[in-house]
Every structure is written in structure tokens, then in C-alpha cells.
Ligand binder design. Structure first.
Ligand SMILES: Cc1cc2nc3c(=O)[nH]c(=O)nc-3n(C[C@H](O)[C@H](O)[C@H](O)COP(=O)(O)OP(=O)(O)OC[C@H]3O[C@@H](n4cnc5c(N)ncnc54)[C@H](O)[C@@H]3O)c2cc1C
Length: 416
């Protein structure tokens, strides 16, 4: 991690970003550990761009803690009524074949790697909501399922920020912005986004502006059609043209989304006999860091996946394997089951402990005594509806990363 290069280049797709988000999301590392590592080489001012970005993650968690499942609904009205947006992603978007290079490259990168640069996420979300007029929630659910770092707070609240239902105005971008921060194959000259911001804003607020028609499948028909349907073109006064159709790359198919783990992940059904009278440390997909140093020597380390969560929030296979590999390093005993089955199987244990995480907040407190996950920023009790409000409170009186780390909750204490 090079803090100066990060501050200078993080907006560029080839900028000096860390790639840490899947590890942070799944608890392999914590925000205090990340900052401590950077700060050991070079303490940073609290106002450094990198700390600011770590702050966004913490802020979204603050909003989740304050609003609970409310983050899955629009926090307030956006530029258009909810009914103006479609609830399904257009097939061409899902296939990465819209003909708009910035969208197609983003979708293909996502499918190929399970990751997307922050700027690409912003472009993709903005194009879906404000150009194709897809409801942010449909886009957020789809992106969450494909990301290795999918986090319901960072993801769904970022979509709301882009949509304008969690921020004061919609996030819009144009072809010039893409040309500045992305390699040439992402550039989108002559496309619907090749215009000024006033025009983009006007369209985002006007439900009568036609949505650009995605380019049809570019694979040529072997039998010439004597009377082909004309490719529909959006009226010129809307300032929108259909894509160029020159984008003849061969896209990857959308990875399958799985509501249950792949069979070869080595998971067993819950078995109460394995735990009777024992001390248990529960490992779950959001707590994959080192095991606590103060566990009793004979404690059973048990990995669990809750079917209730995964049925609602499917993951691409790549993510199941990323999580599965790490969980297998931590323990050979790993179960897949419903919350009811797991609670029942754990009930005979002497004591069950785990790290808390809001993804499992509905079930985990009934199964285990929870230790709080380490936090970097001091807690802000009052609900903040903007990042700047939260940031002012969270960093009051703090000057450097050293001050911040001194206030962080570091490693969680054992409950009494
Ligand atoms: C539409 C959209 C959806 C997103 N979905 C997720 C998600 O599901 N999970 C997720 O972790 N992040 C999400 N983000 C935030 C951000 O894009 C990623 O955290 C970042 O791209 C991860 O790459 P990195 O680790 O190289 O980040 P770096 O730039 O190296 O930053 C280091 C860490 O800071 C945090 N961070 C940086 N930027 C942001 C940000 N804008 N918001 C919140 N945290 C940030 C992340 O934890 C990141 O790992 C989303 C952003 C957008 C616009």
C-alpha cells in the first residue's frame, strides 16, 4: 500500500488501490489491522484519502446499525417515482452486450473476476439506474450476488447514493469521465453518455425520456434477411442514440448464482453429538480472521453456513470457494444447515461464542454469545444521514492515524 500513489490515482481503473475488500468483508483482516499495517510504515493524517475511504465502509455500517433492514428500501425519494424504474435488469445488461462499452466491460470484468474497481461500480450503477432506468434495488441485488466482497451495507447503500435515494442528487457520469479514468476499450464516444452533465441530469429526472434500446445480438445471421427489422433509434431530440454495434467481443456467460454451497465444499449436516458439553467457537463467513488467542485449549472450532441467509442472498460459485477455502483452513468441522437446525445442534454445548456480524444479526444472537467485531472509528451513537455528519463526529479531535488507532476497539475482549 502506497499512500501517496493511492491518494493520487485511486479513481483510475489502473490506480494504486489495495484489493482488500473481499478480505475485509469476510473478516480475514479488520480495518484497525489494515490501518495499523500502513501506519507502521508511515503514519497518515486523519484527513488522508485512504482513511477517508475506510471511513465510508464504517459509515455504511453505521447506517445499517441505525436503520436495520430499512437500508434495503429507498431511504428517501429519488429523482423519479419508484414506479418509473423497471424491476428486472434488461437481458442485454446481464449478458454484457448492451453495445455501451463502459457497461459491457464492467459486466464482463465482474463475471471474470468477482471484483470491480470502485469507479467502475459507480459507472455501472449509474448507467443501470439513470440510463436504463432499472430500480437501484434490482441492480444492487444482482451486483451483490456476483461480488467477492458483496456487503449489504457498502453495496446497497452505495447504490442508493448513486440512485439519489441515499444522497441529495443522482450520481451521473459521461463519456469524458470514462475516457479520463479507464483504458481505451471502456471508452464510449458517440454513445448515450457522450453529452454534458446538464443533459444527463435532465434525462435522469424525466420519465418520458426513452431508454436507449440495447443493440441486438451482434452475431451475424447466416441467412440474409431480405427485409430486416430496422434497429430502433431513439429520437434525436432525446439526445440519445443506440450503441454503435461494433462491439463484437465474445462475452462470458453470467456465472450461476447458488443458494447452497457446491457439494464438494466438504460441509456436513449439524450433529449435536459433536458438541455436547464442549466450549465452541463459531466461525462464520464474516469472521474468517485468526482465531481468538484466549480460547480454551479444548474448545471446538465449528464453521457454520446459515441456509436462511444464503437462500435470500445467493452467491456466485467463486465466492463460495473463496470463503470455503479459508474456512477449511480454520477448522475441519464445518456445517451447512438452517438456523433452527444449527441452534438445536448447539444447544447441548457448554458455551458457544462467535464474532457478531450484521449479515447474521437475525440468527446469531440466539446461537452464541457475541463478541463485537473490532472497529476503527469511535462509535457514533446519534444517527447521521450524511457521510460528512458522521465523519465530523467520528474523527473529532483526532489528527493522525496513530490517534485513530489508539481509539479503535482493536482486538475484542472476551466476554465475562
Ligand atoms: C455501486 C457500488 C457497490 C459497492 N459494493 C461494495 C460491496 O459490496 N462491498 C464493499 O466492500 N465495497 C463496495 N463498494 C465500495 C468500493 O467500491 C469497494 O470497497 C472498493 O472498490 C474495493 O476495492 P479496494 O479494496 O481495492 O478498495 P481501496 O480503494 O483500496 O480501499 C480500501 C478499503 O476501503 C473501503 N472502501 C474504499 N472505497 C469505499 C467506498 N466507496 N465505500 C465503502 N468502502 C470503501 C473498502 O473496505 C476497501 O477495501 C461499492 C461501491 C459502489 C459504488
Amino acid at each position: 500500500m502506497r499512500p501517496e500513489a493511492y491518494a493520487r490515482s485511486r479513481n483510475a481503473l489502473d490506480g494504486a488501490v489495495t484489493g482488500l475488500s473481499p478480505y475485509l468483508t469476510h473478516g480475514l483482516v479488520t480495518l484497525p489491522q489494515v490501518l495499523a499495517g500502513v501506519s507502521a510504515v508511515q503514519p497518515l493524517p486523519v484527513l488522508h484519502k485512504f482513511i477517508f475511504e475506510l471511513g465510508w465502509r464504517a459509515y455504511f455500517r453505521h447506517v445499517w446499525a441505525q436503520r436495520g433492514d430499512g437500508i434495503l428500501q429507498s431511504l428517501h425519494a429519488g429523482p423519479l417515482p419508484e414506479s418509473a424504474y423497471r424491476r428486472e435488469l434488461p437481458a442485454e445488461v446481464r449478458a454484457g452486450r448492451t453495445g455501451l462499452p463502459v457497461v459491457d466491460r464492467a459486466v464482463q470484468t465482474l463475471y471474470a473476476s468477482g471484483h470491480l474497481h470502485n469507479h467502475a461500480r459507480m459507472w455501472l450503477a449509474s448507467a443501470l439506474v439513470h440510463l436504463y432506468r432499472v430500480h437501484w434495488r434490482a441492480g444492487a441485488d444482482w451486483l451483490y450476488a456476483h461480488l467477492l466482497d458483496g456487503d449489504l451495507a457498502s453495496n446497497h447503500l452505495s447504490w442508493q447514493w448513486v440512485a439519489g435515494t441515499g444522497s441529495r442528487k443522482p450520481y451521473l457520469f459521461n463519456a469524458e469521465n470514462v475516457a479520463r479514468y479507464a483504458p481505451p476499450d471502456w471508452h464510449s464516444p458517440g454513445s448515450p453518455i457522450d453529452c454534458g452533465y446538464d443533459e444527463l441530469d435532465r434525462r435522469a429526472r424525466d420519465a418520458t425520456v426513452p431508454v436507449p434500446v440495447p443493440v441486438p445480438d451482434p452475431v451475424p445471421d447466416p441467412v440474409p434477411d431480405p427485409d430486416p427489422d430496422p434497429v430502433p433509434v431513439i429520437p434525436a431530440q432525446a439526445g440519445i442514440q443506440a450503441g454503435s454495434g461494433a462491439d463484437l467481443f465474445d462475452p462470458l456467460p453470467e456465472p450461476l448464482l447458488l443458494t447452497a454451497p457446491p457439494a464438494d465444499l466438504g460441509l456436513a449436516a449439524p450433529d449435536p453429538a459433536a458438541l455436547a458439553g464442549r466450549d465452541v467457537w463459531l466461525v462464520h463467513p464474516w469472521s474468517l480472521g485468526e482465531l481468538p488467542a484466549d480460547l480454551p485449549a479444548d474448545a471446538v472450532v465449528l464453521g457454520v453456513y446459515l441456509a436462511d441467509f444464503h437462500r435470500a442472498w445467493p452467491w456466485a460459485e467463486r465466492r463460495w470457494r473463496f470463503v470455503g477455502r479459508r474456512m477449511a483452513e480454520l477448522t475441519p468441522l464445518r456445517w451447512w444447515g438452517s438456523a433452527a437446525e444449527l441452534t438445536q445442534a448447539l444447544s447441548g454445548a457448554r458455551r458457544v461464542q462467535a464474532l457478531g456480524d450484521p449479515h447474521l444479526a437475525r440468527w446469531l444472537p440466539r446461537m452464541a454469545q457475541l463478541r463485537p467485531a473490532p472497529t476503527l472509528f469511535p462509535p457514533v451513537e446519534r444517527r447521521c444521514d450524511s457521510f460528512s455528519q458522521w465523519w465530523t463526529r467520528a474523527t473529532r479531535g483526532l489528527v493522525s492515524s496513530t490517534d485513530l488507532l489508539a481509539r479503535s476497539s482493536g482486538h475484542p475482549p472476551a466476554p465475562p
